[in-house]
Ligand binder design. Structure first.
Ligand code: 13P
Length: 304
């Protein structure tokens, strides 16, 4: 409608005026994805945040993502349009709890999934995302690894990497973790020819049914290259927008109706507009934490 068109025009105008870039995660609502300069998974977005020459980064995602952008680009203004868009998975780990665990495993390297607070990245050896977790853990000399905070991704890595002991933290994503065996069995029955593509944050019992396990960008890539015509998608529903847009001739079914992340749905087009207008909500990271967290993030970005 006309309001939406006006809003999009105003967002584009403000973006030029403020020399801003809009980054959006694959889970964002369609209209926010469509106004973004880049839509991607956590890894691609952190690469973009590290490289941009814009003065302002509007991060349409959740808090830890905007925080990582600020850590990587401290001289930029980083804005999170929806102030209370958090990540319950990231909240499973905090510095005191991790310090205590490190005492239990003094020889373990700490690998920190980016879905975590900056203060935890600051006391980790290296970060990873869902797209590179296996590669990151394989790159380490240490044969013992504390993996925080996602136990499902940690277990996935433990199954893939030989010769290392992985100790996963007890955290999980409430949205992915609630997918049940029943959901996947029903979906399989209803769409027997469909390929099943899931995110590694789903619980391990689901993996046996999956044709492919990967990050959101890897799922999109797999679906685009595959000869199959039908897919059952086991990650947050926001991904369907890009899947359908890139592959109009293919059909996508959501593995479960429950695959909606309330935090990713908090950013509306209005919030993006207000964010640019009012320059809000600015994300900051204390400098002592930032420099240490940067070390863990940069190490990740440098693993080839
Ligand atoms: P990606 O690595 O695909 O961005 O996944 C991030 C995430 O938060 C999954 O829930």
């Amino acid at each position: 409608d006309i309001d939406t068109i006006d809003m999009i025009e105003e967002i584009k105008r403000l973006k030029r005026e403020k020399n801003a870039i809009i980054l959006a995660h694959n889970y964002q609502v369609p209209e926010v994805q469509d106004v973004a300069d880049l839509v991607g998974d956590s890894f691609a977005l952190s690469q973009a945040a590290a490289r941009t020459d814009s003065d302002v980064i509007v991060f349409c995602g959740v808090h830890f993502m905007a925080e990582s952008a600020k850590i990587l680009s401290p001289d930029k203004t980083v804005l999170l349009p929806a102030r209370d868009a958090g990540c319950p998975l990231a909240d499973f780990v905090w510095p005191e709890a991790l310090e205590a665990k490190k005492k239990e495993y003094p020889n373990a390297a700490v690998v920190c999934y980016v879905n975590s607070p900056a203060s935890v990245k600051a006391i980790s050896d290296i970060c990873c995302t869902s797209s590179n977790a296996v590669k990151i853990v394989e790159s380490l000399d240490s044969d013992e690894v504390l993996f925080v905070p996602d136990k499902n991704l940690g277990t996935y890595v433990a199954n893939k990497v030989k010769g290392k002991r992985i100790i996963p933290w007890e955290g999980y994503c409430i949205t992915h973790h609630r997918i049940s065996l029943d959901d996947v069995i029903k979906a399989r029955e209803m769409h027997p020819d469909a390929k099943i593509l899931v995110h590694p944050e789903v619980s391990p019992e689901i993996w046996q049914y999956a044709d492919f396990i990967g990050s959101t960008a890897q799922i999109i890539d797999y679906a685009s290259k595959s000869d199959s015509k039908e897919f059952i998608i086991g990650t947050e529903m926001g991904i369907l927008h890009k899947l359908k847009k890139d592959n109009p001739e293919k059909t996508f079914y959501l593995l479960s109706k429950g695959l909606v992340c309330p935090n990713m749905k908090k950013t509306r087009l209005e919030d993006v507009l207000d964010s640019l207008r009012e320059m809000r909500y600015e994300i900051t990271v204390p400098e002592d934490i930032r420099v240490r967290a940067l070390n863990a993030l940069e190490k990740m970005l440098n693993v080839r």
